[in-house]
Design a binder for this molecule. Structure first.
Ligand SMILES: Cc1ncc(COP(=O)(O)O)c(C=O)c1O
Length: 436
């Protein structure tokens, strides 16, 4: 294979990374990859090696690297005007806000734009507190909300929390993690004990009245934990009984990723008061959104500002991503290709006992690895082996879970069965070599 013009000495890029970045900026793989180019479903490293990208920079490259339609929109917008700040209106921002009103569920109407999921979640929590006049928030264990003081306090992972929670009044409910049920029960005989416990959590650890419940429809960083049927409906009832708003964090689950619907929460019979999202909306361009009902948005007082919020270039990219998903019917594609993917993953589970659980929705599918199917002891070592083996076979995957024992995938929304076959073949041979 001819080497790309952008080739440099790999060790130079990686060694500068190691020398000049915070060590906490950890990279995947024993020998970290330096990526220099991306096109469609593929990326290239600085040694000229080509990889099938099945994680999209954490479910962020949603419609393919360097998607020509998105690139064109970005280039056209840069030529017109790159930055305005929110002190002036701009067309892509107004158009995206209108579009979000059209495609978000229920009565969501008014948007606030930022540059990341962290800021989107912060804005949602602040808005809920202001709108309700209350200050306590219920979130889930195994959740991830980002890096600000508020988002870190809301996050339900010690591994991602360098400091103790800095913001008071955030309580963590048991996750609806059926594979590792915190009550050692089985659905549906459990009677949704994890949802029911939220009422006691509110009554015992808060003032009894909350500002909001915030959750990811599928816990992403937590390892694609999918709540059982009826869970969100019951939690929404309890939340509203205690004065709270329902916030759906769609940073990973938005934009058709879960199949057939724009947003993950639409698979359950719940109308959120606020939705947040980021990642896949920009296909790699930094963008964060907080969309609220008019009652919530209109109560936000006085002035607020985000320098890069509503940036015309990010907004143009987001509009192009949404248009591409619509034009190519990618919500349907995510459901169809996702169903095929799921069936192929279940076949792998039948073959390899190290796979304890297969879960997810649409094109958000994960494998939880265990040392023993009875004890369910987490097996992060096998994840690392599978990582090295799949990389050797030219396929990139992701990981997650509190114990680092979950393989996460986030192929592009416009992936085909061929993509899945290539990914499955790499996983199959990696498992046969690494985890039996
Ligand atoms: C569900 C969820 N919310 C919020 C965030 C924070 O987003 P960002 O990293 O863009 O600040 C993430 C990031 O992974 C996420 O997965």
């Amino acid at each position: 294979m001819s080497k790309p013009e952008t080739q440099t000495n790999q060790s130079e890029i990686v060694s500068k990374h190691k020398e000049f970045l915070f060590p906490a900026v950890a990279t995947y793989y024993r020998e970290p990859l330096a990526l220099v180019r991306g096109e469609g479903e593929h990326v290239w490293d600085d040694q000229g090696n080509k990889y099938l990208d099945c994680f999209g920079g954490v479910l962020t490259v949603s419609v393919g690297h360097a998607n020509p339609k998105v690139n064109e929109a970005v280039i056209e917008q840069i030529k017109k005007i790159q930055h305005t700040s929110t002190l002036y209106a701009n067309k892509p921002q107004s158009d995206l806000a209108e579009k979000l009103h059209q495609i978000t569920p229920g009565r969501l109407k008014k948007s606030f734009f930022t540059s990341s999921g962290t800021e989107a979640d912060d804005m949602a929590i602040h808005s809920a507190k202001i709108a309700t006049g209350r200050h306590e928030i219920v979130v889930l264990r195994h959740s991830y909300s980002g890096r600000s003081a508020t988002a870190l306090s809301a996050t339900g992972h010690s591994t991602w929390r360098p400091l103790p929670p800095q913001v008071a009044g955030i309580v963590h409910a048991r996750a609806p993690y059926c594979y590792r049920c915190p009550y050692k029960l089985t659905y549906p005989e459990c009677g949704l004990a994890c949802a029911e416990d939220i009422e006691e959590l509110i009554m015992t650890t808060t003032t009894g009245e909350i500002a909001a419940f915030m959750a990811e429809p599928i816990l992403g960083v937590g390892g694609f934990i999918v709540p059982p049927a009826g869970y969100f409906e019951r939690v929404a009832e309890i939340t509203r009984k205690h004065g709270g708003l329902f916030i759906a964090d769609e940073v990973q689950t938005g934009w058709g990723r879960t199949g057939d619907k724009w947003f993950g929460i639409e698979h359950w019979n719940v109308e959120p008061d606020i939705i947040t999202s980021a990642k896949g909306l920009g296909n790699g361009v930094p963008v964060g959104i907080t969309v609220a009902t008019p009652e919530v948005a209109d109560k936000f007082p006085g002035l607020t500002f985000s320098t890069f919020g509503g940036n015309p270039v990010s907004m143009a990219a987001a509009l192009a991503v949404i248009k591409f998903i619509e034009d190519e019917d990618l919500k349907t594609n995510a459901a169809k290709v996702g169903a095929y993917f799921r069936q192929r993953l279940e076949e792998l589970k039948d073959k390899y006992t190290v796979i304890g659980d297969v879960r997810g929705m649409g094109l958000m599918q994960a494998l939880e690895l265990v040392k023993d199917r009875e004890t369910k002891e987490p097996d992060p070592q096998s994840v690392l082996k599978v990582f090295e083996e799949t990389k050797r076979r030219g396929v990139l995957i992701g990981k997650g879970g509190l114990y680092g024992n979950v393989i996460r995938t986030g192929v592009m929304l416009n992936s085909t069965k061929d993509t899945i076959d290539e990914l499955i073949a790499a996983l199959d041979s990696a498992f046969s070599g690494a985890a039996t």
